[in-house]
Unconditional design. Structure first.
Length: 631
């Protein structure tokens, strides 16, 4: 029966591969490959290739064998060859060649390359790099490749990591740091009581407080008695382990509230202090500006452990003339003065140096009233809550619970995390009382600029461009004034309805600020202590101002908040950058909130006051013979 007996299955071949007749060389090569024990898919592929292609492949292999392998044997190295430069050296680009040579030498471990005849590393032209000056300012290089704010943030984060790595974690290390800062003197025994009820060591005392230990005891007491009679002061008294305050009967409501808050703080550790009396300033401005000669003499006497003699009568006597913020500056010299910042092309990197009036004369034009104000020049420690450039006040944290900033979710008040970052409004928020008098409020300068703004630095990817923009802040601000509050005005000047409206406006502003991504802290009178509240609300804080508080001194600029020049000429560039770099803005805002939650605790507030009063009490009660308060 046909179809029952069949031959074993064979690979079907095209008609051209039939064995009939004579076969070409290409066909023979194909047959040889098909006879090999190859997998079925491979054999099908070989059979599908025309014989002529096999012939061309055979000829190519022969040509390579004849011509390609003739001559010397080529040795292939396993290491990749260094790519040769294809660009011819242009004498006009000599600086770029030298820069590349230096970078290549450092990468190969050859150290820093040296120029011929000079022992320095070639660098890029100044226009291609952002200049970080020792004066605390960053000047923009217009030909740089990266946006200056990006580089500033990276540097600040690296510096903050180093600071945290050097943090003191136990009392043994704390005592070593204390001895190093005090020329080998050991810490008073009163500090040994602190670890019994606290988790972390107290902060180290301010070096500026310790220099007053060189004062004779009689002069120290005389200065403090004179301070008690100054306006805007209250006296903290510690007697037999209990704290109390003394107030002028004519003192305002704010002075009384601040005094009671300080007493509550000191009551917690008053039993560990000697008897003392200290005047504390509650004014919204600094009070003291020691002359530079006085500071130098006190520092030298403290380092030598020798009290001042009667020959320094110019220091030991109370000066008849008031001092000014400029009195703290040494004689001007070219090396200490800094050029005025270029509007729109200068940023504030380090606020303490960047707001130093001894280096930046332009600050006198920004805040003329502050630099013309008469201050105390007495050689005595002045405790307060506000400091500033040119001032020598010892800045302490605000009393508890003002520094805590409480939240109440049940009452609908703002709380950290209530409004997610993605749902917040991308505008700069500020609310403040309506100004009185003829002085121009900083917020008014933003709303109604008096002159044409400079060109604006706009981000483009990782870089930037400089463009003319007559309204650089359009659509980025939410600034308005509220009714004047009783804290910023006399009680008699406000009716009960006005006071109620002012209190309601202040509460509404505290609630609304948690709905915005960016918050503005102008640090004007009556707003000195808003900074912790803004950080805890979860927004990115832009701080502009000459004065500083304990919280702003402890926080790190560009890590927890964004510093702004006092004239706010850099504010448009900052807002445009963080508007396009929303993740970086959120990162700084979250870091600021975490820092505020960690540092605005009662333990940290108590620690600052404890350290200051222990050192002050040692000076005040120098004639006592109790060993635990001596060195």
């Amino acid at each position: 029966m046909p179809g029952l007996l069949t031959a074993p299955g064979k690979l079907p071949l095209p008609h051209a591969l039939s064995t009939r007749g004579s076969s070409s060389l290409g066909k023979r090569v194909q047959r040889v490959l098909l006879s090999l024990p190859l997998p079925q898919p491979v054999r099908r592929g070989i059979a599908a290739v025309p014989p002529r292609l096999w012939l061309l492949l055979l000829l190519g292999l022969g040509a390579w064998a004849v011509f390609g392998r003739s001559g010397e044997v080529v040795v292939v190295s396993s290491e990749p060859e260094e790519p040769a430069r294809v660009r011819e050296k242009d004498p006009r680009l000599k600086w770029l060649d030298e820069h590349y040579d230096a970078v290549e030498a450092e990468s190969e471990g050859a150290g820093q390359a040296q120029r011929k005849g000079k022992g320095e590393t070639p660098s890029l032209p100044s226009a291609m790099e952002h200049v970080f000056g020792s004066d605390g300012l960053v000047r923009v290089g217009l030909d740089a490749f990266e946006h200056p704010v990006k580089e500033i943030v990276d540097r600040a984060e690296g510096a903050w990591d180093k600071e945290r790595g050097r943090a003191v974690l136990d009392m043994t290390e704390w005592e070593e740091e204390y001895a190093d800062a005090n020329y080998g003197r050991s810490a008073p025994d009163a500090y040994h009581i602190w670890p019994l009820g606290h988790r972390r060591p107290p902060p180290l005392p301010s070096p500026f407080l310790l220099i007053f230990s060189a004062l004779p005891h009689t002069a120290f007491l005389r200065f403090q008695q004179e301070l008690e009679h100054q306006q805007g002061m209250f006296t903290l008294v510690v007697a037999r382990g209990r704290a109390s305050v003394e107030l002028d009967p004519k003192a305002g409501k704010e002075v009384g509230e601040r005094a009671r808050g300080v007493r509550e703080i000191v009551d917690r550790f008053a039993r560990d202090l000697p008897d003392l009396r200290v005047a504390v300033s509650v004014t919204p401005r600094p009070r003291q500006a020691l002359r530079v000669t006085t500071i130098d003499v006190l520092s030298a006497a403290h380092s030598s452990s020798a009290p001042l003699s009667a020959t320094y009568n110019d220091i030991l006597l109370i000066p008849s003339l008031p001092s000014t913020a400029s009195s703290t500056c040494p004689p001007p010299a070219p090396g200490t003065l800094s050029a005025a910042p270029t509007p729109g092309l200068t940023f504030l990197y380090w606020p303490r140096e960047g707001l130093d009036p001894c280096r930046h004369s332009y600050l006198k034009d920004v805040a003329p009233a502050w630099f013309d104000e008469g201050l105390l020049g007495w050689a005595a420690p002045v405790l307060g809550f506000v400091g500033g450039g040119g001032a020598t006040d010892l800045v302490l944290p605000v009393p508890w619970p003002v520094g805590e900033v409480r939240h109440d979710r049940d009452k609908g008040e703002w709380r950290v995390g209530d409004v997610p970052w993605e749902q917040r409004v991308g505008k700069l928020f500020w609310r403040g009382p309506t100004p009185k008098g003829d002085d121009i409020h900083p917020a008014q300068r933003l709303l109604h600029p008096s002159k044409r703004p400079p060109r604006t630095l706009l981000p483009r990817g990782r870089g930037f461009v400089l463009e003319d923009n007559p309204r650089p802040l359009q659509g980025l601000l939410d600034i308005s004034f509220t009714p004047a509050s009783s804290s910023s005005s006399d009680d008699d000047s406000l009716s009960s309805s006005d006071a109620t409206a002012a209190a309601a406006a202040a509460a509404s502003a505290a609630s609304e600020q948690a709905k915005y991504k960016w918050l503005l802290d102008l640090s004007v009178e009556g707003e000195e202590h808003r900074f912790p509240e803004m950080l805890l609300s979860g927004g990115l804080v832009f701080r502009a101002g000459v004065f500083r508080t304990w919280a702003t001194e402890q926080a790190r600029a560009w890590v927890h908040y964004v510093p702004v020049l006092p004239d706010m000429s850099d504010l448009p560039a900052l807002l445009h950058y963080f508007h396009t770099h929303d993740q970086e803005a959120q990162k700084i805002a979250e870091a600021g909130r975490r820092w505020a939650e960690d540092r605005q605790r009662q333990e940290d507030v108590e620690g600052a006051w404890f350290t200051t009063l222990v050192e002050y009490g040692r000076m005040y009660s120098r004639e006592t013979e109790e060993e635990r308060y001596g060195y």
